[in-house]
Design a protein around this ligand. Structure first.
Ligand code: CP
Ligand code: NVA
Length: 315
């Protein structure tokens, strides 16, 4: 039985199979029904809002022949103080897997440790691995045209990450770039550098800290194959919004800044976007902006992830 809590939970030798499965699911959509999750119920335990993650998992589980069960934390006894561990043990008696969106990454680790069914990370404050796999796939399907190896097409490519370089999406790119053999250059204000938690994660996995941090957005973007940004105030940081807006203003992805990347660079954003803050509307609308392909690919990639982890479950 295995979980998918972080980018490195698949072995390097499994990555091409995961990506190829996503490509197959995408090609088959609407034609071949799958029975990978036939007879199964997968619970989705969410403590935060969601559009893409919720809908792509609900549709994906359904398309794999399973039944998605959406559970808002506040509707459960968990919201009234029942422990994460007891919740995990009880839900494991009913369902075949759990998809969890929460705040503290330690909570999903505790839940996974107590669960007897696979757990998939649907975003924590620390990481958003389903998003990064879908984003890497979105780039790879362009860069491997002609049927080449998807994961190989990512090797040596540079991602420039702008804005809040201290939270889940930045951390996930650091770990994801290390997993996919990519380079990542992050630009954000002093005080928002990648923090102790991601450094500890890299160290625990014996990975060198290969990312580059700078306060200069042009330096980060130069030579980049992907320019990536995310909201400046994430879920749970609403009270800091005014300060963050003031501090991160120099890191808006403007058309001019995007033009400093490679001429064929892709623009990416996990969404939801705040046009006029972290990105100009003109960049979101640029022909090299692939934001809605990223969103669509959540469905195909998560079906691949579900199929991989479901295969590992005993029941
Ligand atoms: N990108 C993403 O995870 O979006 P949602 O918050 O809408 O799920
Ligand atoms: N950093 C954002 C990502 C949303 C998909 C958040 O955590 O709110």
């Amino acid at each position: 039985m295995r979980h998918f809590l972080k980018e490195t939970d698949f072995r390097p030798d499994e990555l091409e199979a995961v990506f190829a499965l996503a490509r197959d699911f995408k090609a088959q959509r609407g034609r071949a029904a799958s029975s990978v999750l036939a007879g199964q119920t997968w619970a989705m335990l969410f403590s935060k809002s969601s559009t893409r993650t919720r809908v792509s998992f609900e549709v994906g589980i359904h398309e794999l022949g399973g039944n998605p069960l959406f559970l808002n934390r506040n509707d459960l006894q968990l919201g009234r103080g029942e422990s994460v561990e007891d919740t995990a043990k009880v839900l494991s008696r009913f369902v075949h897997g759990l998809i969890v969106r929460t705040y503290e990454h330690a909570d999903i680790e505790r839940l996974a440790a107590a669960a007897t069914v696979p757990v998939i990370n649907g975003l924590t404050d620390f990481l958003h691995p389903c998003q990064i796999y879908s984003d890497a796939f979105t780039a790879a399907e362009r860069w491997s045209q002609g049927g080449g190896n998807l994961v190989q097409s990512l090797k040596g490519r540079k991602v420039a990450y702008l804005g809040d370089t201290s939270f889940n999406m930045a951390n996930s790119w650091i770990l994801g770039a290390s997993q996919f053999g990519m380079k990542v250059s992050l630009a954000g204000p002093a005080g928002f550098e990648p923090g102790a938690e991601i450094k500890a994660q890299l160290k625990a996995e014996g990975r060198p800290a290969e990312y580059h941090f700078t306060t200069d957005p042009v330096e980060a973007v130069r030579g980049a194959d992907i320019v990536y940004t995310d909201v400046w105030s994430s879920m749970g940081q609403e009270e800091e919004a005014a300060e963050r807006l003031a501090r991160m203003r120099p890191y808006t992805t403007t058309a001019k800044l995007f033009a400093a990347a490679k001429p064929d660079a892709l623009f990416m954003h996990c969404l939801p976007a705040h046009p006029g803050e972290e990105v100009e509307q003109a960049v979101l609308d640029n022909p090299r902006s692939v934001i809605f392909d990223q969103a669509e690919n959540r469905l195909h990639m998560q079906k691949a992830i579900l199929a991989m982890v479901a295969k590992s479950a005993k029941r």
